[in-house]
Unconditional design. Structure first.
Length: 103
């Protein structure tokens, strides 16, 4: 399954009310490191079971970026049971992202 696109309209339902861990990639089209992470995010979305993986375009969803204090991108946040469980700023390897998810 391809990575989901989270917006202010679906964030509560898809992320905060999710019964599985959710990895959210805060990114933008103009961000070089974000473009490096994007294929990894898509790969993990296809490969991993029991987790939800998606992205938030900070240019389109400034409210969400502000709410979660995203100052630099890419920022990866793992949500568990509706709470922010882990946060990482900057490009990460596939293994580092999997470790964040605990898989």
């Amino acid at each position: 399954m391809a990575a989901l696109h989270f917006t202010k309209d679906n964030f509560e339902q898809e992320v905060l009310k999710s019964d599985v861990p959710v990895l959210v990639d805060f990114w933008a089209t103009w961000c070089g490191p974000c473009q490096m992470v994007l294929p990894i995010i898509e790969e993990l979305a296809d490969e991993l079971q029991g987790v939800k993986i998606g992205k938030v375009n900070v240019d389109e969803e400034m409210e969400l970026a502000k709410q979660y204090r995203v100052m630099s991108i890419p920022t990866l946040i793992v949500f568990k049971n509706g709470e922010k469980a882990e946060m990482s700023v900057g490009a990460k390897s596939k293994e580092e992202i999997k470790a964040m998810l605990g898989v």
